[in-house]
Write a protein that binds this ligand. Structure first.
Ligand SMILES: C[S@@+](CC[C@H](N)C(=O)[O-])C[C@H]1O[C@@H](n2cnc3c(N)ncnc32)[C@H](O)[C@@H]1O
Length: 208
C-alpha cells in the first residue's frame, strides 16, 4: 500500500472540531482506574504529546495538576482555550518529546500516541529521563505503534516517526512493577485508507 501523505498536526488541529474527539483515550481512562486503586498521593502529571488536550483536560477534571506538552503550537493554543473555557488550570506549552526535560519528579508521566516520534537512537535515554523524573511509587503510562508481519504497514506513518519493535516498550520497564500491559489491535481509517494498527501499551509503577 502506498504511503498517504498526512496533513501536519498543525493543519489537522486548525480545522473546526476536535481531530481526536473530546472523549479521553483508553489509556487515560486506564491510568485513572489504576491510580484510584493506589494509596492516595499527590497527582502531578505531564501529558507528553497532548494534542488538542483531551486527556490533559480529563486528568485535570479528575483532580490532577497537569502540564501538557506538544510540538504543535496550534494544538497547544486550542487545548489551552478549551481548558480555560472549562475553568481548568492546565499549563499547556510547546515542547519536543525528543528533548523536553522534566524539571522535577512527577507522579505520572503519560504519553499517548507520541512515543513513535522518538528516534531509535535516543529512545533509551529519553525513557531513562522520564523514569528518573518519576517519584517513587509514581507511574509511567505509555503506548507505541508496532509493526506486525501480518498487518499491512500503516499508510499514514510519517517518515519522521519510527516504529517500536513488538514488546520493546515493556522492556524499558523491566525494573518497575508492571500494573498493566498488552498489545491492542484496532481498525483505523484516519487517512481514508482502511487498515489495522497494533499498539503496545504499558502502565508501570516505580518501586518505592
Ligand atoms: C497521535 S497524536 C496524539 C495526541 C493526544 N495524545 C491524543 O491522544 O489526543 C500525536 C501527538 O504528538 C505530537 N507530536 C509529534 N511529534 C512530537 C514531538 N517531537 N514532541 C512533542 N509532541 C509531538 C503531535 O503534534 C500530536 O499532537
Amino acid at each position: 500500500m502506498a504511503p498517504v501523505s498526512e496533513p501536519s498536526y498543525d493543519e489537522r488541529y486548525s480545522r473546526a472540531g476536535w481531530y481526536w474527539g473530546t472523549k479521553p483515550s483508553g489509556l487515560a481512562r486506564d491510568v485513572l482506574r489504576v491510580v484510584r486503586s493506589l494509596p492516595r498521593r499527590s497527582r502531578q502529571l505531564v501529558d507528553l504529546g497532548s494534542g488538542e488536550g483531551r486527556d490533559s483536560i480529563y486528568f485535570a477534571r479528575n483532580g490532577f495538576r497537569v502540564e501538557g506538552v506538544d510540538l504543535s503550537r496550534v494544538g497547544i493554543v486550542k487545548a489551552a482555550r478549551r481548558a480555560a473555557r472549562l475553568g481548568l488550570r492546565i499549563r499547556f506549552h510547546v515542547g519536543d518529546v525528543r528533548t523536553y526535560r522534566l524539571k522535577r519528579p512527577l507522579d505520572v508521566v503519560f504519553c499517548s500516541g507520541a512515543l513513535n516520534n522518538l528516534p531509535r537512537r535516543i529512545r533509551a535515554a529519553r525513557l531513562a529521563h522520564f523514569k528518573a523524573n518519576t517519584v517513587p511509587g509514581g507511574i509511567n503510562a505509555m503506548n507505541a505503534f508496532v509493526p506486525k508481519p501480518y498487518l499491512a504497514p500503516s499508510p499514514e506513518m510519517d517518515p519522521s516517526e519510527s516504529p517500536f519493535r513488538s514488546g520493546e516498550l515493556l522492556g524499558y520497564y523491566g525494573d518497575w512493577r508492571i500494573l498493566d500491559s498488552g498489545q491492542l489491535e484496532f481498525d483505523c481509517n484516519s487517512s481514508g485508507v482502511p487498515h489495522r494498527h497494533a499498539m503496545d501499551v504499558v502502565i508501570a509503577q516505580k518501586p518505592d
